[in-house]
Design a protein around this ligand. Structure first.
Ligand code: APR
Ligand code: ZN
Length: 255
C-alpha cells in the first residue's frame, strides 16, 4: 500500500487511540546526525566491536572498553551538536495533546527529553550519567565532569572504577524502567514503532507484548525490521522525520 494510505490509516488509529505509546530506536535519531548501530555503512557496529559494551569484557578490560566508549559516545556527543529532529518534536507535541502517553526508547541520546517529551522510559539507560561501580559509594557524575584523559576513569570520591549509566550487553534493564515500559506495553492499544531493527531483547518485546494484548502496531522505518512481517499492521516505509511531518499534517498538528 502506498505511503499516503498508510499515513491516513496511522493518523486515524492515533486519533482514535485510548492509550497510544511510542517505541523508538536509533533510527529516529539518524536525521539528527546520530549514526545507527546497524544497517548502514556508517553504523557503529560496522566500525567498532560490540564486545566493548559487553559487561564482562568491561570489568575484565576496563581501560580498553573505556577507550572505545569514549570514542563512540563521549567524543562524538561532545564534538557534534545533536538536536531533536521533526520526529522527536512531533512525538513531544503528540504527548502534550494527549495522543501519545509515553515513549519507551532504546536510545541514550536524550533527544526525546530535549524535544519536550515528559514520559520517557530510557530502556537502555543514558549516556548523560556516569556512576561509581562501588555500590557503597553511589557517586553519580556527568560525563563532562570526569577526567577522560586517564583510563579507565576512577571515582574521585572512593577511587573505584566509573561506568557509563547505559545498559551493557549482558546487563539487566533498570528495574523501574522495565516495569513501567512493560506495563505500558500491556495497556497500549496503539504502538508507534520508530527506527528499530527490533533485534535486541528484551527491548524488542515491547511491541510484541502490546500486539499480544490487541494493540495496533504502526511501524516507521525505511526498511523492514524483525517486527514488520509478523507484528506490524501499518508499515510507513519512510524516514522518521518525513513520516512524522506527514502524520502531523494528517492529524492537524502544528509543529
Ligand atoms: N528513520 C527511521 N528509521 C531509520 C532511519 C530513519 N531516518 N535510518 C535508519 N533507520 C532504521 C534502520 O532501518 C534500522 O531498522 O533504524 C534501525 C536502526 O537499527 P539499529 O541501529 O540496530 O538500532 P536499534 O534497533 O535501536 O538497536 C537496538 O542495539 O546496540 C544496541 O543498545 C543498542 O539500543 C541499541 C540496540
Ligand atoms: Zn565512588
Amino acid at each position: 500500500m502506498e505511503t499516503r494510505k498508510q499515513i491516513e490509516n496511522a493518523a486515524k488509529a492515533l486519533k482514535d487511540a485510548r492509550y497510544a505509546i511510542a517505541f523508538t530506536g536509533a533510527g529516529i535519531s539518524v536525521e539528527s546526525g546520530v549514526p545507527p548501530f546497524r544497517g548502514s555503512e556508517n553504523s557503529i557496529w560496522s566500525k567498532y566491536d560490540p564486545e566493548c559494551l559487553d559487561l564482562d569484557y568491561f570489568y575484565a578490560h576496563p581501560a580498553q572498553s573505556w577507550e572505545v566508549i569514549k570514542e563512540i559516545f563521549y567524543n562524538f556527543m561532545f564534538k557534534t551538536e545533536i538536536h531533536p529532529n521533526t520526529a522527536h518534536i512531533a512525538l513531544a507535541k503528540m504527548e502534550s495533546m494527549g495522543i501519545i502517553k509515553s515513549v519507551v526508547t532504546q536510545n541514550i541520546d536524550f533527544l526525546h527529553q530535549e524535544a519536550g517529551s515528559k514520559h520517557v522510559y530510557e530502556f537502555h539507560g543514558t549516556a548523560g550519567r556516569v556512576i561509581c561501580t562501588n555500590k557503597r559509594c553511589g557517586n553519580v557524575m556527568k560525563p563532562q565532569d570526569i577526567d577522560l584523559n586517564s583510563m579507565p576513569p576512577k571515582c574521585p570520591k572512593c577511587g573505584s572504577l566509573l561506568k557509563p549509566d547505559f545498559v551493557f550487553f549482558g546487563e539487566g534493564i533498570p528495574h523501574d524502567v522495565y516495569e513501567k515500559s512493560m506495563s505500558d506495553a500491556e495497556k497500549a492499544d496503539v504502538v508507534v514503532v520508530v527506527g528499530t531493527t527490533g533485534e535486541v531483547m528484551p527491548a524488542g518485546m515491547i511491541p510484541i507484548i502490546a500486539k499480544r494484548h490487541g494493540a495496533t502496531i504502526i511501524e516507521i522505518n525505511p526498511t523492514k525490521s524483525a517486527l514488520t512481517t509478523q507484528y506490524t499492521d501499518i508499515h510507513i516505509a519512510a524516514k522518521a522525520g518525513e513520516a512524522f511531518a506527514m502524520l502531523a499534517e494528517e492529524i492537524g498538528i502544528e509543529l
